[in-house]
Design a protein around this ligand. Structure first.
Ligand SMILES: C[S@@+](CC[C@H](N)C(=O)[O-])C[C@H]1O[C@@H](n2cnc3c(N)ncnc32)[C@H](O)[C@@H]1O
Length: 321
């Protein structure tokens, strides 16, 4: 066993994080053992706060899906998710374009969102797990908590578009418990998964809507979460216009967008964070704060995959009715 793994094992043992320990053990024994290294580094560098939060993240899964055997089902989903991304990224490096950039929504739905072999086998759980197992996603969670959840000025309604696994709303609701929640997604698999996560977390004041958010009218909301959706739609301006219409005058929106990051359902290629932030300003938002994150192993690349996360508000709330 490497020195790194030894030291992380001992800090895990003293922290008593049985689910994380088991997950890491199963990951190390898999063909994809290299995926354990960034997690070992997070444990070594971030210490107890990280270990506790990652354990809690796995506990949410265990509670919501007691029938799924942890750690094996989670390791299977996580490794498969990473594998699919590596495959798409290799192709993107060769072609310079996303494989689905000309696909219709119906084609993406057939291949991904309506496909149980994708959504239920690895997509939702794999993506959920990246939030604590990819260092740059862990950084995103910290930014989200500090800049969006903790700074939220207060309100009655929370809406999430493209709710997926539901993690971002769940984290928000840990602090803002009594808000009324509306969650939208085009995939019945995402709706079923996030509904299960909400129910097991004891959240009862949520409604779920199976809908294409570009087509569905959405009532005004005080907080709007829109994580990893902008690059999934063919017309990001339209999504931002709809978001501007849905956000209450003093509301806040959290949004992320992937840059140079291929995935099987990414249809809009953003080349830089400036391009994304300019688009938001063009559609009437003020960028209250933003963070651009690059995978630590890929900073040396010419156009590395990145994610930009930001907190937005109306630039001119006085004009919103
Ligand atoms: C990458 S996941 C993001 C999940 C979660 N929000 C996050 O930040 O990790 C994208 C989600 O958006 C949903 N989605 C894609 N296009 C959509 C659309 N036009 N309307 C509503 N949901 C959509 C997908 O079904 C999927 O659940």
């Amino acid at each position: 066993m490497s020195q790194e793994a030894l030291s992380s094992d001992s800090s895990l043992a003293s922290e008593s994080a049985p689910l994380l320990t088991d997950f890491l053990g199963a990951l190390r024994s898999s063909f994809f053992s290299f995926l354990a290294k960034p997690i070992d580094e997070l444990i070594a560098n971030e210490g107890r706060d990280y270990t506790r939060a990652a354990e809690r993240h796995l506990e949410r899964l265990k509670t919501a899906f007691p029938g799924k055997p942890l750690p094996n089902a989670a390791v299977e989903a996580y490794t498969r998710f990473n594998q699919e991304i590596l495959r798409e990224e290799l192709e993107f490096k060769k072609t310079g374009r996303y494989a689905m950039d000309e696909a219709t929504l119906a084609e993406v739905c057939e291949k991904v969102y309506d496909n149980a072999e994708v959504m239920e086998a690895y997509y939702l759980e794999g993506l959920y797990l990246t939030y604590y197992f990819w260092p740059h996603h862990y950084e995103l969670v910290q930014y989200y908590t500090a800049q969006f959840v903790d700074q939220f000025p207060g309100g009655e309604t929370l809406t999430e578009w493209g709710v997926g696994h539901g993690f971002l709303s769940l984290l928000f609701l840990e602090k803002w418990k009594d808000m009324k929640v509306s969650a939208y997604d085009i995939s019945r698999h995402s709706i079923a998964y996030s509904e299960q996560m909400f129910t097991s977390a004891g959240i009862s004041n949520a409604t779920f809507h199976l809908a294409d958010i570009l087509e569905q009218p959405c009532p005004k909301t005080d907080a709007l979460i829109c994580g990893e959706l902008l690059e999934h739609v063919p017309d990001p301006n339209l999504l931002l216009q709809r978001a501007a219409a849905a956000l209450a005058p003093e509301g806040r929106m959290f949004m992320t967008a992937a840059i140079n990051a291929a995935q099987e359902d990414h249809v809009t290629l953003f080349r830089s964070d400036t391009e994304v932030l300019d688009l938001m300003r063009e559609e009437g938002f003020e960028v209250e704060s933003s963070l651009t994150i690059t995978h630590p192993n890929r900073v040396e690349e010419e156009a590395p995959p990145q994610v930009v996360a930001c907190v937005l508000k109306h630039a001119h709330p006085e004009n919103i009715h």
